[in-house]
Design a protein around this ligand. Structure first.
Ligand SMILES: Nc1ncnc2c1ncn2[C@@H]1O[C@H](COP(=O)(O)OP(=O)(O)OP(=O)(O)O)[C@@H](O)[C@H]1O
Ligand SMILES: [Mg+2]
Length: 191
């Protein structure tokens, strides 16, 4: 599904990603771990092709794969409700709003009419997860999806992510190494 071939990225003469070659499985849940500043977000941005590499390349074995990403910051639209933020990726039509709401209910969000500034950090994190899951994709990228969540919600979100992405490849940056080892099929450690 996804291969990184001699991938390199530098910022201000610092090699953040240094000649990285990696092969990912076709489907499954892959966690990326490593200390703060080691390049985890940079790597996800390279995979999503939001950042251009300085060397090497990101290769997919299908043409134009559909990629859905949840960012380290939730990036919700302030003028839209929780449900509307999720519905944006479904085409922003009234008919798909129940689908967006259903996904939020699954992730434990029942106050779907609240606006982002009325939500807790953990609620915003789960809305960001829901928005990524609402899209049917070949590759799902999650950057620290569980950073603001308590243990119970981490387990709930893991279950929903795995259910919704069972036919796809999921790559998630997870800060907590022991959690990553518990829930992922494969863990990649970045130095
Ligand atoms: N746009 C940029 N311009 C300059 N330097 C950058 C840029 N983006 C990232 N960096 C640098 O690249 C390094 C890796 O950053 P990155 O955000 O990928 O780390 P991270 O592993 O995701 O960290 P964290 O766990 O804190 O989120 C850091 O030293 C950072 O300062
Ligand atoms: Mg990061």
């Amino acid at each position: 599904m996804l291969r990184l071939i001699n991938l390199s990225k530098e910022y201000d003469d610092k090699n953040v990603i240094d000649n990285l070659t990696l092969e990912f499985p076709q489907v499954g849940f892959v966690a990326i771990c490593g200390p703060s500043g080691c390049g985890k977000t940079t790597l996800l941005n390279l995979i999503a092709q939001l950042t251009k590499p300085d060397g090497g390349r990101v290769a997919f074995d299908i043409p134009n794969p559909k990629i859905s990403m949840s960012f380290q910051e939730p990036r919700l639209l302030a003028t839209r409700t929780a449900a509307e933020n999720v519905n944006l990726v479904l085409g922003d039509k009234k008919a798909t709003l129940p689908q967006a709401e259903e996904l939020l209910y699954e992730l434990g969000i029942t106050d779907t009419l609240l606006y982002p500034d009325e939500l807790s950090g953990g609620m915003k994190a789960r809305i960001s997860i829901a928005r990524a899951l609402a899209l049917k994709a070949d590759l799902y990228l999650f950057d620290e999806p569980f950073a603001n969540l308590d243990k119970e919600n981490v387990l709930l979100c893991t279950e929903v992510i795995k259910k919704c992405t069972s036919n796809a490849l999921t790559v998630a940056v997870i800060h907590d190494t022991s959690l990553a080892e518990r829930i992922a099929d494969k863990v990649i450690f970045l130095k």
